[in-house]
Design a protein around this ligand. Structure first.
Ligand code: MN
Length: 230
């Protein structure tokens, strides 16, 4: 009996750990960074990463879990499912749910400089078709981030028509939300909230955007692109 209970307890414990480490299922939890907190230097400094991940992102996770307690219909929903119906919830679910999704996606969009690989042949071919060149894509992506008034995000997405497109969202909104003006499957994102760059770049958002590209985890973007085309 004790053995059976121990096995059950262990199974429950493992299931909880698996759920927690996936990050996007409940209970929502802060995913560990996929690199050391100083690994993005000099393009993104350690203190910025520490505060952004440990305080800002953690705050969205905590606030989202608090919302689950007050809205029974949120219980058991994945974050993606919440995004798809976000118009049916309050501003706190939209802001903190988006905050958790966007930051998780942002951390995974980056890798230490030199470790992120290159765009795949398939992705380059789509980029050339939809933008003309990788340089032009970067230019338009940076422009979207730069002209996003106030806080928000610039995204590279695959549209429902399977084309690449660039869009920017306000606050913690994202292209998965039912309220998004431009909907699609995100494959790359940059955070243009001031907390993402202020300590190193102060008010120079354009400079941050220009210097951010060596951190792009193209291996991850390639994999997201292939998945979005399926
Ligand atoms: Mn942020």
């Amino acid at each position: 009996m004790i053995n059976k209970l121990s096995v059950l307890a262990l199974a429950l414990f493992c299931a909880t750990v698996v759920m927690a480490t996936t990050g996007l299922a409940q209970p929502f939890a802060l995913p560990a960074l996929p690199y050391a907190n100083d690994a993005l230097e000099p393009y993104m400094d350690k203190l910025t990463v520490d505060i952004h991940h440990g305080l800002h992102h953690q705050g969205y996770v905590n606030n989202l879990n608090a919302q689950v307690k007050t809205f029974p219909k949120l219980e058991g929903m994945t974050l993606e499912a919440i995004m798809a119906k976000v118009s049916t919830f309050n501003a706190a679910v939209r802001g903190n749910g988006g905050g958790h999704y966007n930051h998780d996606f942002f951390w995974k969009s980056m890798a230490p400089a030199g470790k992120g690989g290159e765009p795949s042949a398939e992705l380059i071919s789509a980029i050339n078709y939809d933008f003309g060149s990788l340089g032009e894509l970067k230019k338009q992506f940076n422009q979207a981030g730069l002209t996003r008034l106030g806080s928000g995000w610039a995204w590279l997405i695959v549209t429902p028509e399977k084309k690449l497109a660039i869009t920017a969202t306000a606050n913690q909104d994202n292209p998965l939300m039912d309220i998004a003006e431009v909907k699609g499957t995100p494959i790359l994102v940059v955070d243009v909230w001031e907390h993402a760059y202020y300590l190193s770049y102060q008010n120079r958002r354009a400079s941050f955007l220009n210097q951010w590209w060596p951190l792009v985890n193209w291996n991850e973007v390639n994999s997201r692109f292939a998945k979005a085309l399926r």
